[in-house]
Design a protein around this ligand. Structure first.
Ligand code: ZN
Length: 172
């Protein structure tokens, strides 16, 4: 298991649509282990494979935010089967958009079908933070970032800020 480098906006790879996983095997499980290590080290509560440069439809999450009681969740090929009409607002952040936060509105509950760590078909009824988090991560599989929901002006300000941070890091 190892901690990988997390890609940040405006890296073009983040805009790629991830591919369906044919079979959950050793390679996929190793990837999920690395993703989990990377997510905990960041630290974050969710990570999609494309964020470490792998365009596969795989997500890891742990919304327990408790180091002593880890509750990792693994989602392969997740599909939203149902979502609530009602919306909820959360202040979202993203490991690929460092130190930027914005209030985003999403369905407050959803039903997700997916394959687990063993490749078994599962169904999840998510609400609250869990629903927001899985929807945020599933956006990554389509090449969508939470800043895409903001106004053009707000989004371009954030991207400009991020590009500056990157340049500074290279200079000093
Ligand atoms: Zn994210």
């Amino acid at each position: 298991m190892s901690v990988k480098i997390i890609l940040t906006e405006p890296n073009k790879l983040l805009r790629q649509v991830s591919k369906t996983v044919e079979k959950v095997g050793e390679e996929e499980r190793m990837l999920m282990d690395d993703m989990l290590d990377t997510m905990y080290a960041a630290p974050g509560i969710g990570l999609a494979a494309i964020q470490i440069g792998v365009p596969k439809r795989i997500i890891v999450m742990d919304i327990s935010r408790d180091e002593n009681k880890k509750e990792p969740m693994y989602f392969v090929n997740p599909v939203i089967k149902n979502k609530n009409e009602e919306k909820a607002k959360y202040e979202e952040g993203c490991l690929s958009v460092p130190e930027q936060f914005a209030e985003i509105e999403r369905p407050n509950a959803c039903e997700v079908e997916y394959l687990d760590y063993e490749g078994k078909k599962q169904m999840l009824n998510a609400d609250g933070l869990l629903a927001t988090c899985i929807q945020h991560e599933m956006d990554h599989l389509e090449g969508i970032l939470f800043i895409d929901y903001l106004s053009k002006l707000k989004k371009s300000m954030i991207i400009k800020k991020l590009s500056k941070i990157r340049v500074n890091r290279e200079i000093f």
